[in-house]
Design a binder for this molecule. Sequence first.
Ligand SMILES: NC(=O)c1ccc[n+]([C@@H]2O[C@H](COP(=O)([O-])OP(=O)(O)OC[C@H]3O[C@@H](n4cnc5c(N)ncnc54)[C@H](OP(=O)(O)O)[C@@H]3O)[C@@H](O)[C@H]2O)c1
Length: 277
Amino acid sequence: MSAEAAISRLWPAPSAAPLDDTELTALYGRTDRPHLRVNFVTSVDGAVSLDGYSAGLSGVPDKRVFGLLRMLCDGLLVAAGTLRHEGYGAVRLDAARRAWRRAHGLAEYPTLVVVSGSLDLDPAQAAFADAPVRPVVLTHAAAEAPPGLTEVADLVRCGADRVDLAAGLAELRRRGLSQVLCEGGPHLFGALTAADLVDEVCLTVAPLLAGAGPGRIAAGPAGGHRELPLRHVLAAADGVLMLRYAREAQAQAQTEAEDNANANADAAPAPAPAAAS
Ligand SMILES: NC(=O)c1ccc[n+]([C@@H]2O[C@H](COP(=O)([O-])OP(=O)(O)OC[C@H]3O[C@@H](n4cnc5c(N)ncnc54)[C@H](OP(=O)(O)O)[C@@H]3O)[C@@H](O)[C@H]2O)c1
């Protein structure tokens, strides 16, 4: 691992030793119950983007965790706005991460799940056209699909004239996608928070001030605030912080998963955090 990618734990149990991928995987893990994890990167002053994109906020350590979180999930949830703007490609994992998934009884790739009210989606976008697993689009009954979309994706209509996110997540669970990773964007995060559906937030803080202009990581109509306790703080050599916040029930399952992972650290193959929790 390059020094640039090194990540260590600041809290709890600080240690300067760089975490390897097995340790990082155990720190994030999977749970034994339906779970919605949200992952964002932000600047110190709370910006969601730099020059319009998240790439300017991200770096090698953030991309490392970003990839591990994709490896751990069943469903990768993204709003149509972010899919279009960031030009999402097909969700692929490298051979080692696919092998990890197979060894833990998971499908080789997570399923991409897109949330769209308008269905203004391009079936030729690589996220659909080259997908290794047929994506799912969560939409509502009144939305009209563009030509070709149903050839490359399953449309799930939940809600009469707006997307009912709780119903959508229930349908994902019914399809076996119980561990869902949401990669944004801000309007989807705002709606998920308003509906009280967020179990965990993984937040990377880049050590820079973006200044006025960019929005926050949550957007849309105001909803009630939610308590979300801090669970760990990781740091990378370049001053990047990686914070994990989770609800109590998830945190408990996570602790059990970590205990099992640590207890079996010498065993091969590595234990599945999901099975352990
Ligand atoms: N910093 C980060 O980690 C990060 C992560 C992701 C995105 N971003 C940034 O965020 C920006 C994009 O944000 P955005 O304002 O376009 O927000 P967004 O939440 O990515 O996309 C909004 C669109 O997604 C669909 N959508 C979201 N929530 C929905 C809901 N509850 N019901 C139905 N449809 C829903 C709608 O699509 P339709 O129009 O198809 O109905 C809506 O117009 C970009 O600059 C991107 O780079 C940053």
